[in-house]
Write a protein that binds this ligand. Sequence first.
Ligand SMILES: [Zn+2]
Length: 331
Amino acid sequence: MVSYKELGLVNTREMFAKAVKGGYAIPAFNFNTMEQMQAIVQAAVETKSPVIMQVSKGARKYANPTILRYMAQGAVEYAKELGCANPQIVLHLDHGDSFETCKSCIDSGFSSVMIDGSSKPYEENIALTKQVVEYAHKYDVTVEAELGVLAGVEDEVAAEESHYTKPEEVIDFSTRTGCDSLAISIGTSHGAYKFKPEQCTRNAEGKLIPPPLAFDVLHAIEEKLPGFPIVLHGSSSVPQDEVDTINKFGGKLPDAVGIPEEQLREAAKSAVCKINIDSDSRLAMTAAIRQHFAEHPDHFDPRQYLTPARDNMKKMYIHKIVNVLGSNDKL
Ligand SMILES: [Zn+2]
């Protein structure tokens, strides 16, 4: 058993309370590689922002859970080396799918876990979430739960009301589970193809404009649970310049579309205090690497193409922190 406190990590409790009060959101960036980790830490230190580094099931499989845990420990030390005396870094499990996965993360030094029972019937979601909360709270680890189903790109009825979180359920759910934060579904979606073209409109240049987030549902939830930390998943904006660079240098991502940043900024001012961004980092990395290979066909040292990739991710992280989430200067 390793406590996250020995690693210099923090849980989300205090940072969420401050974010809700302050009208900003904490960035939750997924990572699987050293370059992503370095870019996240550099961006957080330079902007004096708290940050959540999160690990998905796929990341655990790709990188190995033990390595990721040591990377998070390294992130804290790296932040100090970069001049941040008291870094606020959370190591969070994204979409934990069972009690066992959450327990193994808690036991190995994670400071926060998500238990995602959203695909289960309501009562089963409550029972599973409660079980994780009881274990996690013994070690002062915070728990994110999910209520409502986030549409993926495959889902034919992505925009239907029934997928949204039901505001009338949130009080019962949060009280009975004891969860520390709640991921809700108000129209965000996972991946780089969040909406099908037929769900969108097109602007004069033919670019897709996605349907707006359901702010009425968000406000109804806030009314039921004043001040309770709300989380948005699937909140990459899929920046058009990165998509254009990828397509210009041999990639093929037609009609990739995300959540407009103005809407995320709007959400961050409310009880939304954690915004998950994964795809945008993948796009920034891929765009820089594709461009580098096109311009330097003779290069084969990974450091040659991973350096601009890391720089481009860092630029994107800083932009999100300062211009979208507003978590800069909050340490
Ligand atoms: Zn998610």
